[in-house]
Design a protein around this ligand. Structure first.
Ligand code: TXE
Length: 480
């Protein structure tokens, strides 16, 4: 059972006060289907209260801190997260079903985001602009004010780190609505922020349903920026709701990211990335590589090597720390099984194995499909489960056409020794991040991340996120 909780899971944080909600929602352990906790079912009224508390914080102590002071607090939060990495990892493993080592990596990444944005807080500068004689013109970067953060269940700690970290660094006050399927590390993080001296109201956390709490946050007229990570359908709803108030949104909506493997690729280097990028976090990763495009000359060899790796994949409870845990929920499992049924006309190259997996867990076997055509639903739609398709191609032009032929454009990987081809493809592939002879680049917090097309718009992570979480003011002084 979950031992690491040091807080009451059914509370929400509004203006520095931990409160209970009028009603609760059940939170399940996806590894065995048991009830893990009751969490607050925050209402639209609670969201209004949280937005008001954030406004008070902006106009009060939090808003008066210098950039350096904000940075110091964020850095301290990062240190405190590091001290609690094991507890956070255990909570996340129980809540999300993520194998323990992967949950631990997320906790370390959360700390790293806080360190990065702590250091960056006082380093985003405006500029002076040469202008007409008699003028001095300069620009200031200012916070939006109150920012709303609607996050999903697949990487709660990493997504909190990248969006709340950058928003706080710029001096915004945040209202965070975690996903109803997994919100415990959001609450743990808020506790840690308080211990590190983050002023009341700078971060408010209201768990609750998307339909009520999420929609109330997206449409709140006193929020000045919304950051959303989740499905295309909900992202469009959030953008529409924010649009009524003319509020900017950053949308990170997932993808169908390819890896392109050419005849001259170093297969020994490529193989672990080809497989891991599809099955990490049970494939519930926005930048999962669910399409592997393989040039004909090495197709059989890559298929055989990937199939062998798949046969050795084990699936089991998060705390047993195997390659793959359960999916987040029975609902997600049903969605993935529907996709597997759509693949009944395809050939399965290999599947992994269940290992000591309790009957009521949301487990799905990792499945590798071979010889898939580019227009098949499994090669077009985001599955969000441990499923990859192998697509053969003959020429570079064909590979680019296939790679670019989905609604998405989040990331893409290229495996080739040919430097000129690397450069050509880096330009012609439609995606927000391109990886050459690697995939994911270790997930660096420093690297701007976001997509094009249905993968969304705006960039999070890195210094670039600070531009998104601030607004530019131009000052023109006429002094003769
Ligand atoms: O997502 P939702 P779901 C994709 C993935 C998955 C599918 C469904 O393909 O199978 O989405 O997952 C909140 N107004 N991704 O249903 O609905 C909700 O409470 C405002 C990709 O979980 O997008 C949660 O906090 N907010 C993805 C958040 O939105 C609303 C990660 C995400 O939920 C809302 C997750 C509303 N009307 C799923 N309705 C990625 N890009 O990594 C719900 N929410």
């Amino acid at each position: 059972m979950l031992d690491a909780l040091w807080f009451n899971p059914n509370e929400m944080l509004i203006g520095g006060t931990w409160k209970t909600a009028v009603s609760n929602l059940p939170l399940f352990n996806p590894s065995d289907g048991s009830l893990l906790a009751e969490i607050a079912n925050g209402s639209a009224i609670n969201i209004d209260e949280a937005v008001t508390a954030a406004q008070v914080a902006r106009n009060g102590k939090w808003g008066q801190l210098s950039a350096t002071e904000r940075g110091r607090i964020l850095t301290k939060i990062g240190q405190k997260v590091l001290e609690r990495v094991d507890d956070l990892a255990e909570i996340e493993a129980y809540d999300v079903g993520k194998p323990l080592a992967q949950a631990r990596a997320d906790a370390v990444a959360l700390a790293r985001y806080m360190e990065f944005y702590g250091g960056a807080a006082d380093k985003l500068m405006g500029e002076t602009i040469p202008y007409l004689n008699g003028y001095t013109v300069y620009t200031l970067r200012e916070p939006h004010g109150v920012t709303g953060h609607i996050i999903p269940w697949n990487y709660p700690m990493q997504i909190i780190g990248r969006s709340v970290g950058a928003a706080l660094a710029m001096g915004n006050a945040c209202v965070l609505k975690p996903a109803e399927e997994a919100c415990l590390t959001a609450l743990a993080f808020a506790r840690i922020c308080g211990e590190a001296g983050l002023p009341d109201g700078a971060l408010n956390v209201v768990p609750g349903s998307g339909i009520e709490a999420g929609a109330a946050l997206a449409g709140n007229p006193n929020v000045q920026h919304i950051s959303f990570t989740g499905s295309v359908h909900t992202g469009a709803l959030v953008q529409r709701a924010a649009g009524v108030n003319v509020v900017p949104v950053t949308l990170e909506l997932g993808g169908k990211s390819p890896q392109l493997v050419f005849n001259d690729a170093n297969l020994t280097a490529a193989l672990p990335f080809l497989v891991n990028a599809g099955i990490q976090n049970a494939g519930q990763t926005c930048s999962a590589s669910s399409r592997i495009l393989i040039q004909r000359g090495i197709y059989n060899s890559v298929r055989d090597r990937m199939a062998e790796a798949y046969c050795n994949l084990t699936v089991g409870p998060a705390m047993a720390d195997m390659h793959i845990g359960p999916l987040i929920s029975e609902r997600q499992k049903a969605l993935v099984l529907e996709f597997l049924a759509k693949g009944s006309d395809l050939t399965i190259a290999a599947q992994g194995k269940l290992h000591d997996a309790p009957n009521n867990g949301a487990y799905v076997l990792p499945t590798l499909f071979e010889n898939v055509t580019a227009d098949h639903p499994l090669a077009q739609d985001e599955i969000f489960g441990p499923v990859q398709v192998l697509i053969p191609f003959e020429t570079e032009e064909e590979a680019v056409a296939i790679a670019n032929n989905t609604d998405y454009g989040l990331v893409a990987g290229i495996w080739t020794a040919d430097g000129a081809r690397q450069m050509r493809l880096a330009k012609s592939l439609r995606a927000g991040q391109i990886f050459i002879n690697n995939y994911g680049a270790g997930g660096g917090v420093e690297l701007p991340f976001g997509g094009i097309g249905k993968s969304g718009h705006g960039r999070e992570k890195g210094f670039e996120a600070l531009y998104g979480f601030s607004t530019l003011k131009t000052i023109a002084a006429h002094h003769g």
